[in-house]
Design a protein around this ligand. Structure first.
Ligand code: ASP
Length: 362
């Protein structure tokens, strides 16, 4: 028997792969969020608690037939306190534990989950394992919590394999029966359990009696080993246009010391006022080396610069179209690219490329 085992191990790569994929488990990375929160009896507000509290409420975790290990941020947070340094901390955990686990599940508050998912999709280059973010709208200790199902299914997704390979090989969000590409998702509902949507990309899977994968999980062009890009630039701003916005305010904003990137949130398919002063302010900023990208305020569809006179002007002065990117993906892509490249032209070139399935391809 033992002889047969070693013979298969030596002579049959598939057997080795089978053992390898069966023995490795899932690493849960707990960052905080409602899922693990408890009520502060003095103030009545919800605040993050430690991971032991969460485990206590999900005895099901011990019923999986593969190991589930967990690691927690030292101080779990409400995700409104998320910072790029914590994205890097999470990415570093994944980097260090990459070969030990089949997949990773990140427990995270829903408020900024789409930002973290987008950021991680850029930071983790050549990812070929699942990184599944999930959380809940109600804490685990509450009887009607959505957290239990979200977590259990997220773990199943992170462990799902076909022909020895993970079904999902990218950063995704699982929430209330749907699996979304992380950099395509937005938090679109503050109260319903179905808190997320993916306005410009189909869902990757749906959980019912079975988990139905729709075969649209295309990992980024894999060119080698996992690379973790840890330089994230903070010197960015966003500017949401509205009728009546004053050029004076815009001027002040663009004079922010050290500013390197601006996400301009425009109307419809990428339109903005045509008044000369506004255009001149943007032009001057671009000439100074600030990268300005144009994101639509509309959730669905995207920017097509040049359709209207009101977007042609932006195109002419060098504003970059973010096409159908979500705001979350646009700002994190900009922070990531500005962290890697010091020249605006490089940032502009790569911003227009589809790096991790975040953007439609022409
Ligand atoms: N404020 C919470 C957070 O984002 C909300 C949630 O977890 O859903 O951390």
């Amino acid at each position: 028997m033992l002889f047969l085992f070693f013979y298969l191990l030596q002579c049959c790569p598939k057997f080795y792969l089978f053992l390898h994929t069966m023995s490795n488990g899932i690493l849960l990375i707990y960052t905080g969020g409602t899922i693990g929160m408890v009520q502060d009896y003095e103030t009545g507000t919800l605040k993050p608690f430690n991971f032991k509290n969460l485990r206590k409420h999900i005895p099901e975790l011990s019923r999986f037939n593969f190991p589930i290990d967990s690691i927690s941020l030292e101080n779990p947070i409400d995700s409104s306190n998320m910072q790029p340094s914590i994205w890097v901390e999470i990415a570093t955990i994944i980097e260090e534990k990459y070969d030990e686990y089949n997949g990773f599940v990140i427990l995270h508050g829903s408020d900024t989950m789409a930002y973290t998912a987008s950021a991680l999709s850029f930071i983790l280059e050549n990812l070929d394992k699942p990184v599944v973010l999930t959380g809940s709208q109600l804490p685990m200790g509450i009887i009607r919590t959505d957290g239990r199902e979200n977590l259990i299914t997220a773990i199943e997704i992170a462990h799902a394999h076909k022909k020895g390979k993970p079904i999902i090989q990218e950063v995704v969000i699982y929430f209330e029966y749907y699996l979304y590409r992380g950099n395509r998702a937005v938090k679109s509902n503050a109260t319903l359990f179905e808190a997320f949507s993916s306005p410009n990309y189909p869902v990757l899977a749906e959980a019912g009696v079975n988990i139905q994968y729709y075969g649209v999980s295309t990992p980024a062009k894999n060119k080698g080993k996992l690379t973790v890009n840890k330089q994230i630039c903070h010197d960015v701003l966003s500017l949401r246009l509205f009728p009546g916005i004053s050029n004076h305010t815009i001027e002040h904003l663009l004079l922010t010391p050290g500013l390197r990137g601006l996400v301009l949130e425009t109307f419809g398919s990428g339109n903005a006022p045509t008044n000369k002063e506004f255009i001149a302010l943007l032009k001057e900023a671009i000439q100074k080396g600030i990268v300005v990208v144009n994101v639509s305020q509309c959730l669905k569809g995207g920017v097509v610069q040049g359709t209207y006179e009101t977007s042609k002007m932006l195109e002419e002065i060098g504003v970059i179209s973010a096409k159908d990117l979500t705001f979350e993906a646009a700002i994190t892509k900009l922070m990531y690219l500005l962290g890697i490249y010091s020249t605006p032209s490089k940032v502009k070139t790569f911003f227009q490329k589809n790096l991790r399935g975040e953007m439609m391809v022409d």
